[in-house]
Design a protein around this ligand. Sequence first.
Ligand code: SF4
Length: 81
Amino acid sequence: MQLKDPSKAIAVNWAEYESPETRYCPAGVYEILDDASSGGKRLQINAQNCVHCKTCDIKDPTQNINWVVPQGGGGPNYPNM
Ligand code: SF4
């Protein structure tokens, strides 16, 4: 996933909504961390955790998250289904 405008992660999502992506993402991909260099917050994207549910592509308040189909071979592997 990519942010169309990375600055919105803090300026809009965090400032106005307390970063809903940290709550609706079932895989903990989005984390708000303290940013030691600025003294503020920063968004960390743990892309390797993504289970490709596409919720973030739909629910981002400003449609700023662009979920992209992973390259072949990526995606969740459910061996017991
Ligand atoms: S597609 Fe689903 S699992 Fe992946 S980052 Fe978005 S909300 Fe999280």
